[in-house]
Design a binder for this molecule. Sequence first.
Ligand code: NAD
Ligand code: MG
Length: 389
Amino acid sequence: MLGSTGSIGSSTVDLIAREPERFDVVALTGGRNVALLAEQARALKARLAVTAFDECYGDLKDALADTDTEVAAGGGAVVEAARRPADWVMSGIVGAAGLRPGLAALERGATLALANKETLVAAGPLVMAAVAGGGGRLLPVDSEHSAVFQALGGENPGDVERIIITASGGAFRDWPIERLATATVAEASRHPNWAMGQRITIDSASMFNKALELIEAREYFGIDPSRIEVLVHPQSLVHAIVGHVDGGMIAHMGPADMRHAIGYALNWPERRNLPVERLDLAAVGRLEFSPPDEERYPALRLAREVMETRGLAGAAFNAARETALDLFIGGRIGFLDMARVVEETLVGISARADLGGAEVTPENVLDADSLAREIARGVAGMRPGERND
Ligand code: NAD
Ligand code: MG
């Protein structure tokens, strides 16, 4: 499990811990929350525990001193963990840091349960090549993409007319648009329906999360972007709808609990009992849908442009978004500035690099990522080397 201490990771640990006899835990990786990582390693009798940060090695080693769990630290050790021979790997790291370990797992033929959507956004063609080359499999964990996968029921995505992914609208869906400029980090970090990590929660308020998911759907299902739609659905109970050429639409419903999508990917191709709420639709009463307001959510328009350009545009877009999000969390820019910074970064980087024409190689993805981060910081008024804290 990559990112076992996060929101997705903890939900995965919860499912695995319920059936200890079914699973043999090869490795857990986390970040700075060493106490939780050690607790999970003990509970699951993990053979290896890795913190991504070198400076946390001593604490992790101490916390697991009386166990048989091997301990390691650093980004390279996270990739090594992904290379250990496990059949199934959860990709639950947040951000572009999930790319290298995810690719490493796929290259050795693992089934990769992909929550880390940044991997597909930044390097979709590399991911698909790793699946084909390694003989492994990629299963979606993002709730909307798991829903599409389930609603497709094995039908070829090329034969469907449209894919609709839903969006809750995030923390500010009912705010007057004039108020958004003054929205605080604390306000943006409260999701109406889902309990998730802070970064994806803020990205839900700005719909950068949905923007990433549009690109993720395009890369995963190989469907033309014009056939992928976003629908605002405040109840978050219908996660996606697949529309067929005959006008029939198959919707996937379920509670707003990531343990459904995680458990589906864990048990696939079987279905097994999962500890999630069973919906009482009579009590829910009504389901509402409305089109997204592109003025309120410019991230969606930017995602369409990225899908048009392709190539390295996704890597640049994701890096600019991560940087803008860091700067918003650090109090350096306002809520609406995030979309402005990303848009100006894409304009700036396009003047210096041919995003659409460049080949998608690991080196080019990393270069586009670092150049976009540098430009985004400049757009936001940061001096070179200046710290955001
Ligand atoms: P989180 O912040 O709760 O957890 C992130 C995990 O990644 C932690 O284990 C952390 O230690 C680890 N990590 C952070 N920086 C790292 C680095 N540089 N190197 C290695 N590991 C690092 O995040 P989350 O909400 O669980 O989201 C994880 C991923 O799943 C994201 O890509 C997110 O978009 C996606 N996702 C999350 C949800 C959700 O419900 N939380 C839903 C759909 C998709
Ligand atoms: Mg999602």
